[in-house]
Structures are given as structure tokens and as C-alpha cells.
Write a protein that binds this ligand. Structure first.
Ligand SMILES: Nc1ncnc2c1ncn2[C@@H]1O[C@H](COP(=O)(O)OP(=O)(O)O)[C@@H](O)[C@H]1O
Ligand SMILES: [Mg+2]
Length: 306
């Protein structure tokens, strides 16, 4: 895949002196869903704003489809649809008027068929004549997406698209994003929900304190670091792990009531059979057990901690 966005040595220091982005190097591939994951204040919105040409870089260079975002702002901006983090809408207008107007802002000829199909895809068609202020929060967010798509961008930025939306809408949103990707749009979404990145992304970037600390294919990231944990809840608590079990590298829960065993589920052998035999031989018995896939959440927490 060729890259559609290229970011080189990008830094952003706000007038306040705050270094919001520090030496970011990143290529976004055409057609991928890239999730930028990071806690609040990490620099996600700043990075998006800089790529969109709304904020100027302090140093570094960004190109979109080969065009410089500062020197050829109008060109690059026209290739981009931006769904901002904050709900910003013209409350007194109808859905139909707002979305058509957005297209006009980019100097594109009216195209009612296209706007109709966008509204239908976003299940906004029935609401087309409603004033935006009458819509629920979730519908307003859909209108923002419709506006962002109205000028047929090749790239769509979604800045925290599901922050504060309910579970159903979140699932809808994910489906919408997948359909867009299938139609050839490159998607960059930011989120502080790890689950969202795990669910959606082809590739994940983790940003913290203005630094891009990792970019990786999601699958690779999960398999590199994705371990499974087996927790054994013991019938009787133990003070310490017997010597004869040391080869299993068990962890004891602080109260001694559980033992935790970590294994790679992709490995050919999990070692669980021998573990259970060795436990029985050590006269340690359990009443219950559970397994848990180490999630992106744990990966993220451990990365950000270090
Ligand atoms: N216009 C601004 N002026 C000064 N500081 C800002 C401005 N916008 C954001 N910041 C600061 O930059 C840092 C990154 O913010 P932001 O990019 O919004 O993070 P995120 O979107 O990851 O939550 C934060 O510390 C924030 O307070
Ligand atoms: Mg933000």
C-alpha cells in the first residue's frame, strides 16, 4: 500500500510554550483505518488539526497525497473530511440544507443524488427536513459525518467519534466506518477507548505526552503482546508459591487466594496440562478457573506506564 499522508519530524509548540507534539514521524497508508490511541491531552486533536492545516506545525513537514499542507492548503483540505471532536452544527438549519451547504464550501457543484445517498447510508434520510436542534446527540454526530463526507473526501478524520455516545450508536458508528473504508476512504480515528481501536483499526498508533510511542499493525501488536492469563482460584490460600512450581512462573494474588499463569495461546504448547499435574502433586487444589485474553488495554497501560 502506498502512503496517502506523510508526516516528517513534526513538532508543535503552542504559544503557551506547551509542547503538544514532539518529533512525530508517521505514514498513513491509502485505504487503511488507522486508530490513534492516547489518553486525554496526549496530542491527538492537535495532530489532526495540523494535518488538516487548521494548526500550523512549529517544525516538520506534512504532505497529503503528495501536496504540502501549508503551501497547498486548499488542495489538501479538499481531500480531507473532518469530523471534529466537538459538536458544531448550525442548529436552526435542516439536515438537508446543512449538508448541501458544506459541499458548497469546498467549491463543489451541487449533487443532490450524492447527498441523498450519504444521508441514507447514515440513516439520516428520514430526518432530512428536521432542524438540527431537534435531533438527538447521536443523530447530530451523524450529521457531522454527513457534512464531512459531502465533498467526497479521500481521507476522513474522526476525532473521538464515539466519545459519550451509547453502545448501540457506537456499534452503528463502527459499521459506518467499515463501510466507508470498503468504499475506498482512508480513515484516521482518534480514541481514548482501547476497545474501539481493537475493534476497528487495521493499524494502531499510541500517542502519549505528544510522542508517538508506537505504531503497529493491530494483529501484530496483539500477537506480539497478546498473552492469555489463566487464573486459578484456590480452595485454600497459600503463603508462597512452592519451589517445585517455579518453572511455571506463576504469580500469586496479594491475598494468596489465586494463582495466575500467563501463556501464549499461539504457542503450540500452553503448558497447562503439566501445570495442573504439578499443582495436584504439590497438593494445591482450586475450585474455579478463568482465562482472559490480555487486551490492548493492558498493552496500552504497560506502554504508557513505561
Ligand atoms: N490552542 C491551544 N493552546 C494551548 N495549548 C493547547 C491548545 N490546544 C490544546 N492544547 C494542549 O495541548 C495538549 C494536547 O491537546 P489535544 O491535542 O487536544 O489532546 P487530545 O486530543 O489527545 O486530548 C494538551 O495539554 C492541551 O491542553
Ligand atoms: Mg482531542
Amino acid at each position: 500500500m502506498t502512503s496517502i499522508i506523510s508526516i516528517q519530524k513534526l513538532s508543535k509548540t503552542y504559544a503557551s510554550g506547551l509542547k503538544a507534539l514532539k518529533n512525530i514521524n508517521l505514514d498513513i497508508k491509502r485505504g487503511e483505518i488507522f486508530a490513534l490511541l492516547g489518553p486525554n491531552g496526549a496530542g491527538k486533536t492537535t495532530l489532526i488539526s495540523t494535518i488538516c492545516g487548521i494548526t500550523n506545525p512549529t517544525t516538520g513537514k506534512i504532505t497529503v497525497a503528495g501536496f504540502d499542507v501549508e503551501k497547498e492548503f486548499r488542495k489538501t483540505r479538499s481531500l480531507i473530511g473532518l469530523v471534529p471532536q466537538e459538536l458544531t452544527n448550525n442548529a436552526f438549519e435542516t439536515v438537508w440544507a446543512t449538508v448541501n451547504f458544506s459541499r458548497g464550501l469546498f467549491g463543489k457543484k451541487p449533487n443532490p443524488q450524492l447527498i441523498e445517498s450519504i444521508l441514507r447510508d447514515l440513516t439520516l434520510w428520514d430526518k432530512r427536513n428536521d432542524k438540527i436542534m431537534m435531533l438527538s446527540g447521536g443523530m447530530k454526530r451523524r450529521v457531522l459525518i454527513a457534512k464531512a463526507l459531502s465533498h467526497e473526501p479521500q481521507i476522513l478524520f474522526l476525532d473521538e467519534p464515539t466519545a459519550g455516545v451509547d453502545v448501540n450508536l457506537r456499534k452503528d458508528m463502527w459499521n459506518i466506518v467499515r463501510r466507508l473504508r470498503d468504499s475506498g476512504v482512508t480513515i484516521i480515528l482518534t480514541t481514548h477507548y482501547i476497545e474501539e481501536a481493537e475493534e476497528m483499526a487495521d493499524r494502531i498508533g499510541i500517542i502519549n505526552n505528544g510522542e508517538l510511542i508506537l505504531t503497529e499493525d493491530k494483529e501484530k501488536l496483539m500477537s506480539k503482546l497478546g498473552k492469555k492469563r489463566l487464573t486459578l482460584h484456590l480452595i485454600k490460600p497459600i503463603d508462597k508459591i512452592p519451589q517445585q512450581l517455579s518453572a511455571h512462573h506463576l504469580e500469586r494474588s496479594p491475598d494468596g487466594c489465586a494463582l495466575i499463569y500467563t501463556y501464549d495461546k499461539r504457542g503450540r504448547r500452553t503448558g497447562i496440562t503439566t501445570l495442573l499435574q504439578d499443582l495436584a502433586a504439590s497438593n494445591i487444589h482450586f475450585q474455579d478457573l478463568e482465562t482472559k485474553q490480555s487486551s490492548l488495554e493492558e498493552i496500552f497501560v504497560s506502554l504508557v506506564k513505561d
